[in-house]
Ligand binder design. Structure first.
Ligand SMILES: Cc1cc2nc3c(=O)[nH]c(=O)nc-3n(C[C@H](O)[C@H](O)[C@H](O)COP(=O)(O)O)c2cc1C
Length: 175
């Protein structure tokens, strides 16, 4: 893949919130999870975990926890990507909290792009009640849910959504 193909791959992804409902093939799920395991992480500790949710009742409860966002229920698979605080804090103390959040965020991003590479739709879903998600999934206290990544066959992307001019983000040499 050359650099323009890579840019095209990124620019063709968009959040999709409508799914056809077919379950992911085990091989496709394994591919997406393998992509996540290539992600960089602080100290290579991989301070992230994922709960793969396919059960319709569990998805229904996750959708309620996500303030009734219907796509969470509609998607055949929800990858609940979590920061594992204990794993990172065992080496980095309080700073491990930040690193675990970074590790989980990067792993979730790789899952999202892995799904895109397989022609699957996804939506990073960050609006949810932490405690409700904890209760639904039985998460221990040191595990923080970061994203409900909905994945499945979905609508075709309509192309990249609008972005700020990149210059708005960039500061040269100092702020
Ligand atoms: C941290 C974060 C939280 C998000 N939470 C939600 C959400 O709860 N529900 C939703 O529909 N989309 C959510 N999104 C998706 C964004 O709305 C979307 O990425 C943004 O509008 C850009 O559109 P695009 O993904 O199609 O490029 C979230 C994205 C991020 C990165």
């Amino acid at each position: 893949m050359d650099s323009s193909e890579f840019y095209g791959f990124l620019a063709n992804r968009a959040s999709i919130r409508s799914y056809s409902g077919d379950a992911l093939e085990p091989e496709a799920l394994a591919y997406i999870l393998s992509c996540a395991s290539t992600a960089p992480s602080a100290g290579n500790l991989e301070s992230w975990d994922v709960v793969v949710v396919t059960d319709p009742e569990q998805r229904n409860q996750l959708a309620e926890a996500a303030l009734e966002q219907a796509h969470v229920n509609e998607a055949p698979t929800v990858l609940v990507v979590c920061a594992n605080y204990v794993r990172a804090m065992s080496r980095y103390g309080d700073r491990g909290i930040l690193y675990a959040l970074c590790d989980a965020s990067i792993a979730a991003t790789y899952m999202m792009l892995g799904a895109h590479a397989r022609g699957l739709s996804s939506c990073w879903t960050g609006v949810f009640d932490d405690d409700d998600v904890r209760t639904v999934l039985g998460l221990p206290q040191h595990i923080r849910p970061l994203v409900l990544l909905t994945v499945g066959p979905g609508e075709q992307t309509t192309g990249m959504t609008a972005r700020l001019p990149v210059e708005e983000h960039v500061h040269l040499d100092s702020w």
